[in-house]
Design a protein around this ligand. Structure first.
Ligand code: XMP
Length: 517
């Protein structure tokens, strides 16, 4: 039986993958496709529904992305969001205007519950529900055959519908968390308008991905860049289920791992672990320290670490011979923060934008590229990976290299490893590790004066960071209990040589990022 599919047609908005993820949360398979996809290609996929995303353009710009009008004649339900809603109105001869001021943020939207889109949506006594708006243009007049089903004080058409033609549009963003009833609206569209039954679960993703990987790789040989983190572990197990011993996992110990981590990874994935993987550990500590000597600029550090990774994989691939594919555990937030979508570059994520321009593999395979972290964890459980691995907090590819501000040296690595170990130990002892999405100790580049015994010291400051988040795109600094911070501080300054001060990072993301570099 063919599985149900909803297509998100991407017009350049920042929440494209989030829309797809929300639809998948409704147990309906969903993929993002570029707006340049032809109508025939869309028809061939036989989608149950199409969602037009937002985007930064105005429908009146010459250059702005459009789609041919025959898409509205297919009889496939369409939901336009933000720019997508304006595009629908404009294409069908409604009127779109530019407002003198933008409407941005939480907005009370008055909804008409006779629209199937707003079925069971909770509203206040005025019929309002809080939605997330972010627009300057707005629909001033709906096209013929449409009716207005939501408005705000400033926006006459916050949503419109032509139920007969199954065309719907919202000016606000139902996919973001700030739209309180957004999930219900998407669910209504997917189930009540598109007629989906919800036949998709994470096990379908796992099965179909294994199938696709088999097809793509055939009898070829595959190398997997394994770091022991959640993403690459899930990618490795997926690949091993797909192509068995055609896969070799290469684990590079770049000397920027947490204390004992290299051995822990080897224990799980090496010859004595539960998986039957071809496993190679490359001890490249000295090589990395040499390359990083004297380098202080964060992006340069990231690029060096990324490039060296690839060079090591190429070397290992040559030893194995005839390796066509390199597998990486890249997940969606890595892709957009590296600026490979349409958003600005925040950081060159090691397994994405940190890659050198020339890579000596036929293809890079990234089976988790469209998933968010919590979806990767679900896939990991589905694959039978033990909880303690699946629930591990994320650790970035460039490792401690981006948790040591400024130049990286073997001595600094040792300091940050010891401090981080103490921090993690105390967090676990306090039983708060499950409440935190990520926490670590970093080494600042600051030295300051202290006193120990009767002596003056002039040593480094360690910074502690702990954040709460589910998607890692935004995060809040965790409010750690003072007793825990005091205990960790006391232990670090007493037990770690070269440190005389401990600081706590209280900044959220934005404006900070989770990692320091
Ligand atoms: P930032 O610092 O960008 O981090 O707020 C968001 C999440 O991504 C992780 N991170 C990385 N993961 N390669 C990775 O595999 C990288 O280069 C990288 N940089 C950051 C970070 O630990 C956090 O979970």
């Amino acid at each position: 039986m063919e599985k149900e599919l909803v297509i998100v047609l991407d017009f350049g908005g920042q929440y494209n993958q989030l829309i797809a993820r929300r639809v998948r949360e409704c147990n309906v398979y969903c993929e993002v496709k570029p707006y340049s996809m032809s109508l025939d290609e869309i028809k061939a996929m036989n989608p149950k529904g199409i969602i037009f995303t937002g985007g930064p353009n105005s429908v009146y710009d010459e250059e702005s992305p459009r789609y041919e009008n025959s898409i509205y004649e297919l009889g496939i339900p369409i939901l336009g969001i933000c720019y997508g809603s304006q595009l629908m109105a404009h294409s069908l001869n409604g009127t779109v205007k530019t407002a003198p001021v933008s409407e941005y943020g939480h907005t009370n939207v008055n909804v008409d519950k006779t629209s199937v889109l707003f079925k069971d949506v909770d509203t206040d006594e005025n019929g309002d529900t809080v939605c997330w708006m972010s627009h300057t243009d707005y629909i001033a007049e709906v096209p013929e055959g449409f009716r207005i089903v939501a408005h705000t004080d400033n926006c006459p058409v916050a949503a419109m519908e032509n139920a007969d033609r199954k065309l719907y549009a919202t000016q606000f963003h139902p996919e973001v968390m700030h739209t309180k009833e957004g999930m219900k609206m998407l669910r209504n569209f997917v189930y009540d308008v598109c007629g989906c039954s919800g036949d998709w679960k994470m096990d379908s993703f796992v099965d179909s991905t294994i199938e696709q990987l088999r097809e793509k790789i055939g009898t070829g040989k595959v190398l997997c860049a394994l770091s022991g983190g959640v993403d690459s572990s899930v990618a490795a197990v997926l690949l091993s289920k797909a192509v068995g011993k055609q896969l070799t996992c290469v684990f590079v110990d770049h000397g920027l791992l947490r204390k004992n981590e290299g051995d822990e990874v080897e224990e799980v994935f090496g010859p004595n672990g539960p998986y039957e993987l071809n496993f190679i550990r490359v001890n490249a500590q000295e090589r990395y320290y040499k390359k990083l000597a004297g380098v202080t600029e964060p992006e340069q550090k990231r690029k060096i670490i990324g490039e060296e990774f690839i060079r090591i994989f190429e070397e290992e691939a040559k030893k194995i011979g005839a390796v066509d594919f390199l597998v990486q555990g890249t997940i969606y937030p890595d892709v957009i923060e590296s600026g490979l979508g349409k958003s600005a570059v925040i950081k060159s994520h090691h397994n994405v934008g940190g890659l050198p321009d020339v890579v000596d593999f036929k293809e890079i395979v990234e089976p988790l590229r469209m998933l968010f972290k919590d979806e990767v964890r679900k896939a990991g459980r589905e694959l039978g990976i033990p909880d303690y691995l699946v629930d591990r907090q994320p650790f970035p590819g460039p490792g401690l290299g981006i948790r040591i501000i400024g130049e990286v040296t073997a001595e600094k690595v040792k300091i940050v490893q010891e401090a981080d170990y103490i921090y993690r130990e105390e967090i676990a002892k306090a039983g708060i590790d499950k409440e935190l999405a990520q926490y670590y100790a970093a080494l600042t580049n600051m030295r300051s004066v202290g006193v120990m015994g009767d002596f003056r010291t002039y040593d480094y400051a360690v910074a502690l960071r702990a954040v709460c988040t589910s998607d890692f795109m935004t995060a809040e600094a965790a409010q750690l209990p003072w007793e825990v911070l005091a205990k960790v501080t006391n232990r670090i300054v007493n037990e770690v040589k070269g440190v005389n001060r401990v600081l706590y990072d209280c900044t959220g993301k934005p404006p900070a990022t989770i990692e320091m570099e």
